[in-house]
Ligand binder design. Structure first.
Ligand code: PLP
Length: 389
């Protein structure tokens, strides 16, 4: 089918909830994607931080093939080995408690919200401005952005939004607080790291009042910042972490990882999902985790992140660069949407804009130095293409 035939089908049959770019991808490998005409694109977006191990990583593909040919689904009424092994690996690599599986980032937020409310009945959940935790009702209620929330009122009660400052966070937590829910590095708002002082203030306030500190690592986790979990670089350990995106190596899975003190809050019947932790996706996630949780790969994320960061600072129209590891954004003095469009159609480099003048870069963690340099050349050309002359 041609792209225009696909667009006709979309117009007629698909709810118009996405603004897609007019490109059809048919194949992916590592940091590269190919469209239906055979054109090659360098992917520095990774399906929004999902294909961190690259497209179609051979170990993920092999795990999926093997498990899909053996057993695909039995529900959580029974045991399968991949889910139990994945839970063991996730818990041992993080907070040492237990793991709840789901299918997406928004569902991981829902699980976290339900869990902290059950641990602290009727307690409020404190969130911060600029956060994004997903589109389902609980997750949306935890996402204090007027444009996303307003059309869907009334929302779930019991959320309080404050500025992500140490003072505001310290002042927001009291005996009626069930939890503080934060992204250590906000992704959708344009890669804004919360200050160490803000995270420490949230930790101290939660400890003082018996509230849970939950970090949303859906976007910044799974090696993206150069450590397996972003919290490892902050010096602040949360009581629970939400995960999704890159966890499945390209397939949909989410998880809530708890510290021991929250590990047994959910009891049979409290929460669940038919597909959660199914054997194929759990096998894929185990393979993705084995690839990612490798000291050499994580060290390279830090090194290549610095190379990309330094290269971006030298490009025309870039006024500042921020982020950690391979989760970066640059602020431009020209409109970002036009630069992203030129990068895609003229340079075959995939990026996205998170604001009017903000371009976000989320390359795969397996990227090479040459690919970083190629991306910088292509972005440089896209940035200067509008200058004329
Ligand atoms: N939390 C964060 C930090 C995210 O970036 C996202 C998605 O962008 C979500 C939650 C929601 O994840 P999903 O789209 O899988 O529901």
């Amino acid at each position: 089918m041609t792209l225009s035939e696909l667009q006709a089908l979309e117009r007629e049959h698909v709810v118009p909830s996405y603004a897609r770019s007019p490109v059809e991808f048919v194949r992916g490998e590592g940091a590269w994607l190919w469209d239906e005409e055979g054109n090659e694109y360098l992917d520095f977006l990774c399906g929004i931080s999902v294909t961190n191990v690259g497209h179609c990583h051979p170990r993920v593909v092999a795990a999926v093939r093997e498990q899909a040919g053996r057993l695909m689904h039995v529900s959580n009424l029974f045991y399968t080995e991949p889910a139990m092994r994945l839970a063991e690996r996730l818990s041992e690599s993080s907070l040492g408690g237990k793991v709840y599986f789901c299918n997406s980032g928004a569902e991981a937020s829902e699980a976290a919200i339900k869990l902290v409310r059950k641990a602290h009945p009727s307690g409020d959940v404190v969130v911060v401005y600029g956060a994004f935790h997903g589109r389902t009702y609980g997750a949306l209620s935890a996402t204090p952005q007027e444009a996303k929330q307003a059309p869907f009122a009334p929302l779930v009660p019991g959320f309080r939004a404050v500025e992500p400052t140490p003072e505001a966070l310290a002042g927001a937590v009291d005996a009626d607080t069930a939890a503080v829910l934060l992204e250590p590095i906000q992704g959708e708002s344009g890669v804004h790291a919360l200050s160490t002082e803000a995270l420490q203030a949230a930790r101290a306030a939660c400890d003082e009042h018996g509230a849970a500190l939950v970090f949303d690592e859906v976007q910044c986790g799974m090696g993206r910042t150069g450590t397996l979990w972003a919290y490892e670089q902050t010096g602040v350990t949360p009581d629970a972490i939400t995960l999704a995106k890159a966890l499945g190596g390209g397939l949909p899975i989410g998880a809530l990882l708890t510290a021991p003190r929250l590990a047994d809050v959910f009891q049979p019947g409290d929460h669940g999902s038919t597909f959660a932790g199914g054997p194929v996706i759990a096998a894929a996630a185990l393979a993705a985790l084995e690839v990612t949780d490798d000291p050499a790969l994580l060290a390279r994320v830090g090194e290549l992140g610095q190379r990309l960061h330094a290269g971006l600072e030298r490009l025309p129209h870039v006024s500042s660069v921020r982020g950690r590891g391979l989760m970066l954004a640059c602020e431009l003095d020209i409109p970002a949407s036009e630069v992203v469009r030129r990068a895609l159609f003229e340079q075959r480099l995939i990026l996205n804009a998170t604001g009017p003048t903000t371009v976000r870069l989320l390359p795969p963690l397996i990227v090479g130095a040459r690919e970083i340099d190629t991306a910088l050349e292509r972005l440089g050309a896209a940035l200067s293409a509008g200058d004329g002359g």
